[in-house]
Design a protein around this ligand. Structure first.
Ligand SMILES: [Fe+2]
Length: 247
């Protein structure tokens, strides 16, 4: 991977009526900040909440907004995905509509508190559809962190994990930070994403990248930030494209 060519598979830069960017202008600002930090492929993954489902009109407006944003951005490939909050109503849906574009992966978040039964049911539903659930920010779930957390019940499923960049630098507390580092150092299929929501939580990966490279080395850092765990790659830089074409 070039020094900085990050793949960020989880963000709320696309306006969708959730708690992320409120309009195209705000989304573009967040994306430009992401580019400045080294991100080259960014997924806009709005929440699919029990009380904010992906109904047709919402999906259409979101896709139109992201398409408009893409025309205003340089040096960034913007793709679409969704972040599923576990809810039994999702068991009636075809998970394929929620895939991260260009992959066979669905982003499923762990609940911040409470039991994990619905979470496991939704993740298994994704798996039964022939897809892979990517488990969003397990380090932030009270059911998984700390001495009472049951993270082993999750790890034995073998699903890839997505850690939130700011967890690695302590934003979510010491227990989350400790679990994030433990998972990153011990599991092969772990990616780091921004879960960027706005200026208070930007879609940047540079600080976490430096911390991971320093603490765990370049190999783990590359794997966690370059998209290889998901089977995607950032687009070539303009210079690379020119040399590949022989011009
Ligand atoms: Fe999120």
């Amino acid at each position: 991977m070039p020094a900085r060519a990050f793949v960020d598979c989880h963000s709320h830069v696309g306006p969708s009526g959730d708690d992320g960017a409120r309009n195209v202008g705000e989304g573009v600002e967040l994306c430009r900040d992401a580019v400045a930090s080294g991100t080259r492929l960014l997924y806009a993954t709005p929440h699919v909440w029990p009380d904010l489902r992906l109904h047709e009109a919402r999906e259409r407006r979101f896709r139109e907004a992201v398409a408009e944003m893409a025309t205003l951005l340089e040096g960034l490939e913007l793709r679409i995905g969704f972040e599923l909050t576990p809810d039994r109503s999702l068991l009636d849906d075809d998970p394929r509509r929620y895939r991260l574009e260009g992959t066979a992966v669905c982003l499923v978040e762990t609940p911040f508190s409470g039991g994990l039964a619905t979470f496991f049911a939704v993740a298994e539903h994704v798996e039964n559809a022939g897809l892979t659930p990517l488990i969003a920010h397990p380090e932030r779930s009270l059911s998984l962190v700390g001495t009472h957390g049951n993270v082993d019940a999750l790890l034995e499923r073998g699903w890839p994990l997505q850690l939130t960049a700011s967890s690695l630098t302590g934003r979510s507390g010491a227990d989350s930070e400790a679990l994030a580092w433990r998972l990153l150092g011990s599991c092969d299929r772990v990616v780091v994403a921004s879960d960027g929501h706005g200026h208070h939580r930007p879609a940047r990966l540079d600080v976490a990248w430096n911390a991971v490279r320093e603490r765990l080395g370049s190999e783990i850092a590359a794997r966690a930030f370059d998209g290889s765990v998901l089977g995607v790659a950032p687009p070539p830089a303009a210079d690379d494209a020119l040399s590949a074409s022989g011009s």
